[in-house]
Design a protein around this ligand. Structure first.
Ligand code: ATP
Ligand code: MG
Length: 361
């Protein structure tokens, strides 16, 4: 039986609580001795103790493992000597060092979860946002300039290589994913502001070129402002959305809000070699240590990790386990006994995890 090394960086705030919950569920779903979890330090609290936000040994383990499971990183009170917050620096460094260029954010409404769009007659939300993760406007991070305290600029970087690879990722995903929009078409929607900035027009043009290799998948375009309206009014139109880094960041929080919020939205960041999986939320220091966080985002991120590993290693058993985890989450939510607090219930992190494990049977 294949064995996979999974590095877990529990991190800060609610990170350890939700990471442990996900590990429990993954073990239960996959069976003993298939996943080998290796605990590795990193994050803001670790920086405060050691002066190192991402230890060399942790990076080495990440490079050598099959996948990375990350709780969350960042604590507002922990700063560098110059006063800037350490924040989720750990995660940002891993993103660049491991070239995790596609951030995968499934947006799916599960039975038993209320959506702010519920007034609609039928509501079917099941699409995936692919956020370009290594360039765009955020590529300027730390490199922007402030001139004489009067002007400030940052640079939006769009490269052919960067767009091609993330666009291919989006088209390939559209071909193979289970969900499909209401009209049954395979579709990739390019989210940009091609009408305003040349960099975005280039992003769009490169996506259009890539689309030529996927005649079976429809290409569609939406400006970033307009798509926020469409995501609320016709979410069932979408299949896969590919977006520049900053736009992807913004619309994935919006998408998460339409399906129950950050506490249930999974996220994966993958490149050609490595993959890192964590909930869409941050370290939520306001509720840390109270057993109050929802572990569902992290548990569903664990399922996403299994999907990715299953695909990469042609391992159908893992794909089956991922489906069982999603089904168990849906079952426990629709039974209504263990609803986490952010979804209007009163169950603790442990109670929600127990219920998912029970539903796994
Ligand atoms: P980051 O900058 O890392 O994205 P953030 O500032 O966006 O973090 P989060 O840490 O995601 O903030 O928290 C935002 C709000 O959502 C907080 O009030 C937090 O308590 C809540 N929240 C986040 N994750 C969860 C969760 N898993 N369960 C319940 N509530 C959560
Ligand atoms: Mg945030």
């Amino acid at each position: 039986m294949p064995r996979y090394d999974i590095v877990t960086i529990e991190g800060d705030g609610i990170g350890p609580e939700v990471a442990q919950a996900a590990i429990r569920v993954l073990r239960e779903a996959v069976g003993e001795n298939v996943l080998h979890f290796i605990d590795a330090p990193g994050g803001a609290a670790h920086y405060a103790r050691s002066g190192d936000v991402l230890p060399d040994e942790t990076l080495r383990l990440c490079r050598e493992s099959h996948a990375i499971l990350h709780g969350a990183a960042g604590l507002p009170e922990i700063t560098y000597p110059d006063g800037t917050e350490v924040g989720n620096e750990l995660h940002l460094q891993l993103r660049f060092k491991l070239d995790l260029y596609a951030n995968v954010r499934p947006i799916k409404l599960l039975a038993g979860v209320g959506s702010p769009l519920a007034a609609r007659e039928t509501i079917d939300i099941d699409y995936v946002i692919i956020r370009e993760n290594t360039e765009g406007l955020y590529a300027s991070r730390g490199a922007g300039v402030v001139l004489r305290n009067e002007f400030a600029t940052d640079t939006l970087v769009v490269s052919r290589k960067g767009v091609e690879r993330v666009a291919r990722f989006a088209f390939n995903l559209s071909r193979k994913r289970d969900g499909a929009p209401r009209d049954g078409k395979r579709r990739v929607t390019v989210c940009d502001k091609a009408n305003i900035l040349r960099s975005y027009a280039f992003f769009r043009a490169v996506c259009q070129e890539v689309a030529g290799d996927y005649p079976d998948v429809e290409i569609d375009y939406a400006y970033a402002d307009a798509i926020t309206v469409h995501m609320l009014k016709k979410p069932d139109f979408y299949d896969v959305i590919v977006a520049e880094n900053m736009f992807g960041d913004i619309i994935s929080d919006l998408g998460a809000a339409t399906v129950g919020g950050l506490g249930i939205a999974p996220s994966g960041e993958v490149g050609d070699t490595h993959g890192l999986f964590q909930g869409a939320h941050g370290s939520a220091p306001d509720i840390a240590g109270q057993n109050a966080a929802s572990p569902l985002a992290m548990i569903l991120s664990g399922a996403l990790m299994l999907d990715w590993l299953a695909d990469k290693h042609a391992d159908e058993a893992l794909a089956g386990a991922a489906d069982r985890i999603r089904q168990a989450v849906a079952t426990s939510l629709s039974e209504g006994h263990a609803i986490p607090r952010d979804l209007g219930g009163s169950a603790s992190c442990t109670e929600v995890t127990d219920a998912v494990c029970r539903a796994l049977g």
